[in-house]
Design a protein around this ligand. Structure first.
Ligand SMILES: *C/C=C(C)/C=C/C=C(C)/C=C/C1=C(C)CCCC1(C)C
Length: 229
């Protein structure tokens, strides 16, 4: 490494801040695992893995940014490809903690997220026109939203007798719709104005990751603690 973090580099600073928040969140989820009932422990483990994987990627992404001033697209998408399916597993896990859930629920959410990210990567890496790739990626995200609001997972959740799980489920669906909408916005700001605006793109993606990885885990943690008391 030759360059250090500069005071006039808000993107680099945002990479650094979020790295640290992700490290702290990881420690928190792993320690708090001791406090919750057995059926919730796997959910907290997965929350901690999401923030751990992201923290390590953020160290590398910050280096790419500080060294080159360009978007760390490959690291970004490897991180998403690992962490988004883990977040999808959380829907399956919190329902499975209190009900029997067919594996198809998880597979459909997984396929939807891989398609969403695959087209996003194709657009950002130049394999496809960014505006063209945006369309199927949005459709795949729409499919995920449909699945958690109207599909089998939502029907299982509606039939539960556990208010803590239902509350967590509801907040998680909001994060996947409202919280996740920050990503396509970043993509639009980044690529639809002619050329690529790396500063806006990375600040917006970083804010989105902070929110969607840490808050997602906190929602699950809160439900687990409430349900364990
Ligand atoms: C921890 C990382 C998360 C939760 C990443 C989520 C990423 C998305 C929801 C990305 C969505 C995109 C679209 C819906 C269209 C444009 C391309 C993407 C990949 C930015």
């Amino acid at each position: 490494m030759t360059n250090n973090l500069a005071a006039n580099d808000p993107v680099g600073i945002s990479f650094w801040l979020i790295s640290m928040a992700l490290v702290a969140a990881t420690a928190f989820f792993f320690v708090e695992r001791d406090r919750v009932a057995g059926k919730w422990k796997t959910s907290l483990t997965v929350s901690g893995l999401v923030t751990l994987i992201a923290a390590v990627h953020y160290f590398y992404m910050r280096d790419v940014w500080v060294e080159t001033g360009t978007s760390p697209t490959v690291f970004r998408y490897i991180d998403w490809l690992l962490t988004v399916p883990l977040l999808m597993i959380e829907f399956y896990l919190i329902l499975s903690a209190v009900a029997k859930v067919p594996a198809g629920v998880f597979w459909r959410l997984l396929i939807g997220s891989v398609a969403m990210l695959g087209f996003g990567y194709a657009g950002e890496s130049g394999m496809m026109d960014a505006k063209v790739a945006f369309v199927p990626s949005m459709l795949a995200w729409g499919y995920i939203i449909w699945e958690i609001f109207k599909g089998e997972a939502s029907q299982i959740n509606a039939g539960l007798a556990n208010a803590n799980v239902q509350k967590a489920y509801k907040t998680m669906t909001l994060l996947v719709t409202v919280g996740w909408s920050i990503y396509p916005l970043g993509y639009v700001f980044g690529y639809f104005g002619g050329g690529a605006d790396a500063v806006t793109l990375n600040v917006v993606y970083n804010i989105a990751d902070f929110w969607n990885k840490i808050a997602f885990g906190v929602v699950i943690w809160a439900a687990a603690v409430a349900d364990s008391e």
